[in-house]
Ligand binder design. Sequence first.
Ligand SMILES: NC(=O)c1ccc[n+]([C@@H]2O[C@H](COP(=O)([O-])OP(=O)(O)OC[C@H]3O[C@@H](n4cnc5c(N)ncnc54)[C@H](OP(=O)(O)O)[C@@H]3O)[C@@H](O)[C@H]2O)c1
Length: 192
Amino acid sequence: MAQKTKILIIGGTGYIGKFVVEASVKEGHPTFVLVRENTTTKHPEKANLIHNFKTLGATILYGDIHDHESLVKAIKHVDVVISTVGGGLVADQVKLIAAIKEAGNVKRFLPSEFGTDVDHVNAVEPAKTTFAGKARIRRAVEAADIPHTYISCNGFAGYFLPTVGQMDTHTAPREKITILGDGNPKGRIINA
Ligand SMILES: NC(=O)c1ccc[n+]([C@@H]2O[C@H](COP(=O)([O-])OP(=O)(O)OC[C@H]3O[C@@H](n4cnc5c(N)ncnc54)[C@H](OP(=O)(O)O)[C@@H]3O)[C@@H](O)[C@H]2O)c1
């Protein structure tokens, strides 16, 4: 029987990453998760999540996107690298690209996307800057000649609806709503 693709997830303890880790293991892929050594110190609630990954059969590797050696070492274990790092680290994925190039064994890279197709968008701030950062990472992946897949799955209702799309709160706004841009850009809702 053909060997299952070995997968490394960077950002596996995040909002989206945890689902990717679980799906990878459940699909039978040897699954590795790069976790920061201080993750459970900073977020004690993530200890259960990491324990669950181990119980499912994932292998935890310690490292950091800012630690080149740890990235190269982790990447050498796998065929596919999936990044699910958060918005603040999108630009830092150039470090991941450098490590993938040095490791030399990766058959496919999925940078952290999981949203709008950033090459076909006309957004207002603050999304505009985030999308531009993701587009720059696409160009860097292509320039490095790394086989890649970009996952564009649009916005998650579960993420945006509870706050009615407000970026500065985690709860439903009751007093006021901030309208982004000048209030005139047209929106489009696609029912999949
Ligand atoms: N379509 C949508 O509606 C939607 C919604 C949300 C997000 N997204 C997109 O999905 C992607 C992931 O976002 P998210 O919200 O899931 O991210 P997140 O919850 O902020 O998770 C960030 C992950 O990156 C890890 N990380 C942070 N600093 C790191 C470092 N220095 N080295 C290695 N790992 C580090 C975190 O680890 P720790 O646990 O150690 O902090 C965590 O696992 C982004 O591209 C985002 O734009 C899309």
